[in-house]
Design a protein around this ligand. Structure first.
Ligand SMILES: C[S@@+](CC[C@H](N)C(=O)[O-])C[C@H]1O[C@@H](n2cnc3c(N)ncnc32)[C@H](O)[C@@H]1O
Length: 289
């Protein structure tokens, strides 16, 4: 018997969040995510957890809309590869180079891409997204992505380092940009309460990881200010509703909205992941597709 989800509690959580005063203090997480148990739990959750799969689906649809046919993508903070895998599976015509500092994450991503037959379309590089090697920052990218990674950065100086790199790549190559992440809510109880309502069967470690990541995330105001300061001006943005725990920013490439690519693979989600993805998509206030 599946556990009953106490969804009747959701409106109360949303109202409390709206009424809660702003000014919640950020609690940073360790920057590099390399502990084998956390890597494994995150990677397993990325395949089985409907909420995580919904986020990956939103990212894949967005990058599909931003990448031209045959496009080259630079992914910053690839982790165990689940987000990028969703993009590569949707768009069989593209090639990606993906960066992370964590050896266990990179090894897990390598195994994933091998097992999914995607390895010949991805180059994995161990590097710091706040200090990209010249061969990456000067390459001719069509899009740059940074998915669920900025909240890991310990402070504003390091966030600025990452955004400066991203902005420099955009300036040099005219690449499209896709940034998505958690948004720190006002009410510290909102994310834990919501997760218990919408995902009561989630393993504790995965739920605790999500709660810690939301507490470490930058708010809309913080991230928008830093994006503008880095020179990433005029970005489009959207967020999840009814609870704005996810935020996204994007720019089309210098050549404008790309033509639709041939061979796009749609609709791979089934069951609860498909329902979660549809809800996330419909609730998201704006998106590039
Ligand atoms: C929460 S994971 C997200 C992974 C993936 N994008 C996804 O959505 O599944 C964030 C990743 O960013 C990596 N990371 C954090 N700071 C980094 C840095 N300065 N340089 C490179 N990778 C970094 C972490 O090691 C971790 O693997």
């Amino acid at each position: 018997m599946p556990t009953v989800r106490p969804l009747w509690r959701v409106p109360g959580i949303v109202v409390r969040e709206r009424l809660h005063p702003s000014g919640r203090v950020r609690i940073p997480e360790p920057m590099v995510m390399d502990d084998p148990v956390s890597v494994d739990e995150f990677h397993t959750g990325g395949a089985s957890n409907p909420g995580m799969r919904a986020v990956y689906d939103l990212c894949a649809r967005s990058l599909d809309a931003l990448l031209p046919p045959g496009g080259r993508l630079l992914d910053l903070g690839v982790g165990s590869g689940r987000a990028l895998s969703a993009v590569l599976r949707r768009r069989p015509d593209i090639h990606a180079t993906a960066v992370d500092l964590a050896p266990n994450m990179l090894a897990t991503a390598r195994k994933l891409f091998d097992s999914e037959g995607l390895a010949d379309r991805v180059d994995l590089v161990q590097a710091d997204i706040t200090a990209l090697p010249e061969k990456l920052s000067a390459a001719p990218w069509d899009a740059i992505s940074c998915m669920w990674t900025l909240h890991q950065l310990p402070d504003f100086d390091i966030l600025r380092g990452a955004l400066d790199q991203l902005a420099a790549v955009r300036r040099r190559s005219g690449a499209a940009v896709w940034i998505s992440d958690f948004q720190r809510l006002r009410d510290p109880a909102a994310c834990p309460d919501m997760l218990v309502c919408v995902d009561p069967e989630s393993p504790d470690i995965l739920r605790e990881d999500a709660i810690a990541s939301e507490a470490a995330a930058f708010t809309f105001a913080e991230l928008s200010t830093e994006l503008t300061a880095a020179g990433l001006v005029g970005m489009h943005s959207g967020h999840s509703t009814p609870l704005p725990y996810l935020q996204a920013y994007w720019l089309f490439g210098a050549e404008g909205k790309p033509h639709a690519a041939p061979g796009v693979r749609r609709g791979e989600l089934r069951g609860s992941a498909r329902r979660e993805a549809a809800l996330l998509r419909w609730g998201f206030t704006a998106k590039p597709f």
